[in-house]
Design a protein around this ligand. Structure first.
Ligand code: MN
Length: 331
């Protein structure tokens, strides 16, 4: 069929930049223990091997899938669950220095997102500045709440201010909630990446919106993985119900407008056409970025998905690399 030839089989290889690609160092490994529950030991062993590798398996899988650049970040939750802020500050710096050295070995293949010690917001803000200005990183990836405190809390405003001043995005990545939500109790399969992370992270974004963070820092860009954690599906209802519920704060715009203006999303871990098409219609193809979520997802599957998506070549190019080049200033 002509349709298949044109839409299902792209004619040329398209450059790909992936943004939610994780690593783990020995110093950060103890923090991930909680996130390992519910994964089979065999799968975890494979993840750990890939998380610690930068010169072999990772580049092989990128090459096979046709991924040109991976923007690397420490896997969830990292130092954000460290109880001692001084230790968190030290380990975050060490992680960023390690990542900078790794990128230096493969400067055309890797870029970096900073790991931040959010327990000390002033230190996190200056570490973000150091990571961007001295190490050449493209922004930061923050793993959800820090000890139960979310990024709408005024104590974190120095980090937002720094991100806005530096004109770099904050990737808001899921983490386990501090307290298990009652509605998920008794079903461990619901707690993590299958379901709980999505509600935790989309709720975090809604706190930022109704808490006025984007009115205070209107030029900030938040990157959400997993096709926007469900939010592109919800825009109309957010606005329709917002008018009839009590407001904690007066907002300058309708809730959906902040998602359109301050949020961009990645395709990490969602290789499915219906949510991709919904996201293009809801946000526009200039706000959707290709990603894998390596090593937890297959690079090949993610690349095949976007290569075969029933979208225009203009949209495909934006999603595969043009939006990333613009937002991360990679071009
Ligand atoms: Mn991830």
């Amino acid at each position: 069929m002509e349709f298949n030839r044109v839409f299902i089989q792209p004619q040329k290889k398209i450059k790909k930049i992936a943004l939610e690609e994780h690593f783990l160092t020995q110093a950060l490994a103890p923090y991930s223990a909680n996130s390992e529950q519910g994964v089979t030991p065999e799968a975890m062993e494979d993840f750990k091997k890939r998380l610690a590798d930068f010169d072999g398996l990772r580049l092989e899988e990128m090459d096979k899938a046709g991924i040109d650049i991976s923007v690397l970040s420490a896997t969830t939750p990292g130092v954000q669950v460290e109880p001692n802020a001084i230790v968190a500050v030290r380990k975050a710096k060490e992680t960023n220095d390690f990542l900078a050295k790794t990128i230096q070995r493969h400067p055309t293949r890797y870029a970096g997102f900073a790991h931040l010690p959010m327990q000390d917001p002033a230190a996190a803000a200056s570490e973000l500045e150091r990571a961007v200005q001295q190490l050449g990183f493209k922004g930061a990836l923050i793993n959800g709440h820090t000890n139960g405190e979310y990024l709408d809390d005024e104590k974190f405003f120095p980090v937002w201010e720094q991100a806005q001043n530096l004109d770099v995005p904050i990737y808001l990545h899921p983490a386990n909630p501090k307290v298990e939500p009652v509605v998920l109790s008794g079903y461990p399969e619901l707690a993590g990446p299958m379901w709980g992370w999505q509600t935790e992270t989309s709720s975090h974004v809604m706190r930022l919106i109704v808490g006025g963070v984007f009115d205070r820092f209107p030029k900030t860009t938040v990157i959400l993985g997993h096709m926007g954690e469900g939010l592109p599906f919800d825009l109309w209802r957010l606005d329709s119900r917002y008018v009839i519920v009590p407001h904690s704060k007066a907002l300058a715009k309708q809730p959906s407008q902040y998602i359109r203006d301050n949020i961009v999303i990645t395709t990490s871990g969602v290789d499915s056409f219906p949510p991709l098409l919904c996201s293009i219609l809801a946000l526009g193809s200039e706000r959707i970025l290709f990603s894998v979520d390596y090593p937890y997802e297959s690079s090949q599957e993610a690349a095949d998905f976007i290569n075969k998506a029933p979208i225009s070549e203009t949209d495909r190019e934006r999603i595969c690399f043009r939006n990333a080049e613009r937002i991360l200033k990679l071009a």
